[in-house]
Design a protein around this ligand. Structure first.
Ligand code: DQA
Length: 144
């Protein structure tokens, strides 16, 4: 099973960015833990982060061309307004789990809506970096 973990804007600043909300681990440290977990699960995973909407869309389209089995996506702030990312997920039809480190439904009202979730098989929010592992577990269960 091949999956891609895609992270959106400002997540390259994890560890620096609002540690009280997003924790102290860097994206690199989180990716190392994901890699370790995926290895145990016999899953190949690749990683991608971008601050730009177009690059995230290109990577989602590439996932289709590469015939990956699933996507774990933290669209960051694009969650709340990127119809273009929503459309990209619909276009490729690769099973996708949306992940958020923070509990978006308990925060500012603009974070409560995800325009991405309707294009995903599910959403995981509020478990910090463990959310990525839960998403991989969920994808594995759905795909098998
Ligand atoms: C986030 C939540 C978003 O609302 C925010 O814009 C982010 C990170 C999260 O992981 O909790 O950048 O996706």
């Amino acid at each position: 099973m091949n999956i891609v973990i895609i992270n959106g804007p400002n997540l390259n600043f994890l560890g620096i960015r609002e540690p009280d909300v997003y924790g102290t681990q860097t994206l690199e440290e989180i990716e190392t833990k994901i890699e370790e977990y995926a290895e145990i699960q016999k899953i190949n995973c690749s990683f991608f982060q971008s601050n730009s909407e177009g690059e995230l869309i290109d990577r989602i389209q590439q996932a289709h061309l590469d015939k990956v089995d699933g996507i774990v996506l933290n669209p960051a702030a694009y969650t709340h307004y990127s119809y273009a990312i929503h459309d990209a997920l619909k276009a490729v039809d690769v099973p996708t789990v949306e992940v958020h480190l923070s509990a978006i439904h308990t925060r500012e009202s603009f974070r409560k809506e995800s325009v991405i979730a309707p294009a995903c098989i599910g959403q995981i929010s509020g478990f910090g970096p463990t959310g990525y592992l839960l998403a991989i577990h969920a994808l594995k269960e759905v795909i098998k």
